[in-house]
Design a protein around this ligand. Sequence first.
Ligand code: SF4
Ligand code: SF4
Length: 129
Amino acid sequence: MRILTKFIIVQIHVAVTRCLAITGRMNNEPRGCAKGWVVMYCLYCGDCCNRMSPITDNGDPCPLLIVKDNFYVCSDYHNRPKQCEHHMFSSRFCPIGLDVLKLNNNIEHIRKRIDDGWEIIKENGNEPG
Ligand code: SF4
Ligand code: SF4
């Protein structure tokens, strides 16, 4: 019985792994995404939202951007436009944010920055989606 259970678990694992590999999701890549591109993590520097927004005329800062303790977050995170939601790029962390915030690719500082940003988003009544 234990051997049969083990066999079934292995088969399920193989099937799921194949399925994820086919859709590109093993690397967090949505179907149809260029190889090597991933969903990019925002570091809340505010640079892009201050320069442009899908909901303003070209070049105008986004009125939904709020700042708290050097974190620029979206005040309507849950309903933000699709263009802001899953930004695909060839690196995991936003290179502009890394530069603006002088994070120097320090993974511990980057992780803390992302975690603290999530907390501020949630404090503003938005559940990260
Ligand atoms: S870290 Fe990148 S995506 Fe996030 S606000 Fe700054 S420029 Fe925009
Ligand atoms: S809607 Fe939110 S995420 Fe999009 S540009 Fe405005 S503040 Fe930034």
